[in-house]
Design a protein around this ligand. Structure first.
Ligand code: ATP
Length: 258
């Protein structure tokens, strides 16, 4: 069973200025354990597609399942964790209490909450920072805490919307490596939105190149890079070849009309 299966999916926003065609006839499947990136120009509908998967937007037409059920059912069974561009941590809660928030809502016992806090902060290398407040942590650490919070509900699927977009390049590189290790360790399915070609190629097992509005899937590029890669791989001919294909795909998908 595919984790995500979208068929002929379209979404039009009705606005005061008329309809905005955000997604058009998207066909896409994501299989268990994949790391799939959506890449494309600003406004091509990457976030909208992620939000449809998360049941935060309703498609205008077409069909979509998440874990074989409707996005609504998947949301209610906590099939996914969502990580936003900004860490979105509550400033008045410690890191541990931020991670605990969805667990409190789920009504888990204190002991179970604590076990999940410990396990997931360890996964993102934040053991020892439980009692800190978000503002006492660097931007990269805050984003790791928000990943721990998303993982704490133990979802099969992690939806990430440009989680490292606001961070400087060195921190971003480091987090990319850590995310890849986390993916390898946990076997989760990850869907990741990015603007960055190197980030998409470094992280993904498949790259979905989207074209400008109305967002369509222009091309899907498979990556055969080894799973246990380090940043050095970015200088290899194999990496550069895939990056080149992504760049060509973005160029070909772009009409330059608007
Ligand atoms: N709630 C909404 N109402 C009206 N239009 C919207 C709404 N949400 C998004 N849009 C429009 O839909 C299009 C797709 O937006 P979306 O945020 O999905 O693009 P994106 O590819 O994620 O862009 P970026 O890379 O800049 O984040 C844009 O033109 C946007 O203005």
């Amino acid at each position: 069973m595919s984790v995500v299966a979208a068929k002929n999916l379209s979404l039009t926003f009705q606005t005061n200025d008329g309809p905005v065609h955000a997604l058009s006839e998207i066909d896409l499947t994501v299989e268990r354990g994949e790391f799939v990136s959506f890449i494309g120009p600003s406004g091509c509908g990457k976030t909208t597609l992620l939000r449809v998967i998360a049941d935060l937007e309703q498609p205008t037409s077409g069909a979509i399942t998440v874990n074989g059920v409707s996005p609504d059912e998947a949301r209610r069974s906590r099939a996914y964790g969502y990580v936003f561009q900004a860490a979105a941590l509550y400033p008045w809660r410690t890191i541990a209490r931020n991670v605990a928030l969805p667990l409190e809502i789920m009504g888990l016992s204190k002991a179970e909450q604590q076990a999940r806090i410990d396990k997931n902060l360890a996964l993102v290398n934040l053991t020892g920072f439980e009692r800190k407040f978000p503002w006492q942590l660097s931007g990269g650490m805050q984003q790791r805490a928000s990943i721990a919070r998303a993982l704490a509900v133990e979802p099969d699927l992690l939806l990430m919307d440009e989680p490292f977009g606001a961070l400087d390049e060195i921190v971003r590189d480091h987090l990319n490596e850590q995310l890849l290790q986390l993916w390898d360790k946990t076997g989760k399915t990850v869907i990741f939105v990015t603007h960055s070609i190197p980030e998409a190629v470094f992280l993904s097992s498949r790259i979905v190149v989207m074209s400008p509005r109305p967002g369509r899937v222009h091309e899907v590029i498979e990556s055969n890079l080894p799973r246990d890669r380090t940043l050095d791989i970015r200088e290899t001919p194999e990496f550069l070849k895939i990056a080149h294909r992504v760049r060509e795909g973005l160029r070909a998908g772009h009409s330059y009309d608007d």
